[in-house]
Ligand binder design. Structure first.
Ligand code: C2E
Ligand code: MG
Ligand code: MG
Ligand code: MG
Length: 286
């Protein structure tokens, strides 16, 4: 009896594994087609400067507009794209699209208040060819490099610290903003940090969550902010969801935040509408 149950369970497991593989294969196939047909779009999450109470930029976040499955989030297809060598063309599309938006938004912003746009890079995009590609994009869209920010993770840097340092130096000499994403979750050896030309640490959402009541998270975030301040870097608190979290980050002098407490990632049109509002508010207040 027990054996029969065991066998049945085994078959169920096997069948679901099979489905999973099939679905995975299907999605991979679709992804290949999606690259050709350009089924991707970027959402933009506002970044707010807390001291000035102002919108200062956006983070570009990719979504896949799948013809039958609807909008698919990056966690579902970015790892797959990395495994199947589809990421480089997707990454180049993201950079180009982000630059296109940035160029458009600079035109509608009041002088001196143009937003920045930050782009997430996977490890496999972090290669010497990136420098030339970005140089071309900046020229094509006539953008100042400082308007574009790149987000890389500790894992990307620590995979090969020496070549990462050389690449970061090149990107920095173009004038780009360089940020470490999900800071605190990687394997970084803190000793390395001062050797890289990093401008900003983005504090991972897992540390921001419940920071108003959670002593450990509070201490971690306080320490990251102190570290950044000592190294003359700025900080962005990620995924701020509640007013209490926001108040605590303000109290800790966290420079900038992103999160649903202000805005979720927005479609390009909504981001643009926000920029218009922002420009009009600035005009009224001056
Ligand atoms: P990330 O760079 O750390 O981006 C922040 C994630 O937190 C985004 O998820 C964003 O939608 C979400 N988020 C923002 N505010 C809140 C909040 O208040 N609460 C909660 N619970 N979540 C919030 P998303 O868009 O699903 O992206 C997930 C990850 O996928 C990103 O994490 C990034 O690592 C990666 N990713 C996104 N776009 C790209 C891309 O164009 N290229 C590459 N290589 N990776 C990307
Ligand atoms: Mg990011
Ligand atoms: Mg992050
Ligand atoms: Mg993340």
């Amino acid at each position: 009896h027990a054996k029969a149950r065991g066998k049945a369970r085994f078959e169920i497991f096997d069948a679901s594994m099979h489905d999973h593989t099939l679905e995975q294969l299907q999605l991979e196939n679709d992804l290949r087609r999606a690259v050709e047909r350009q089924e991707f779009c970027l959402f933009y999450q506002p970044v707010i400067d807390l001291a000035r109470d102002r919108l200062v930029g956006f983070e570009a976040l990719i979504r896949w507009a799948h013809p039958t499955r609807g909008l698919i989030l990056p966690a579902r297809f970015i790892p797959m794209a990395e495994d199947t060598a589809l990421l480089p063309p997707i990454g180049r599309w993201v950079l180009r699209e982000a630059c296109r938006s940035l160029a458009k938004w600079r035109k509608i912003s009041a002088p001196g208040s143009a937003p920045t746009v930050s782009v997430n890079l996977a490890s496999c995009e972090f290669t010497p060819g990136l420098v030339e590609y970005i140089r071309e994009l900046l020229a094509e869209f006539q953008l100042p490099a400082a308007g574009l920010r790149l987000e890389i993770t500790e894992r990307t840097i620590m995979g090969n610290p020496e070549s990462a340092a050389a690449l970061l130096d090149e990107l920095k000499s173009l004038g780009l903003g360089l940020q470490i994403d999900d800071f605190g979750t990687g394997y970084s050896s803190l000793g390395y940090l001062p050797q890289f030309p990093i401008d900003t640490l983005k504090i991972d959402r897992s540390f921001v969550a419940g920071i108003d009541g959670n002593r450990e998270n509070y201490e971690i975030v306080r320490t990251i902010i102190a570290l950044a301040t000592n190294l003359k870097m700025s900080v962005v608190g990620e995924g701020v969801e509640t007013q209490a979290e926001l108040d605590t980050l303000r109290e800790l002098a966290c420079g900038q935040v992103q999160g649903n407490v202000f805005y979720p990632p927005l479609e390009a049109q909504a981001a643009e509408a926000l920029l218009f509002e922002h420009r009009d508010a600035l005009a009224r207040s001056s």
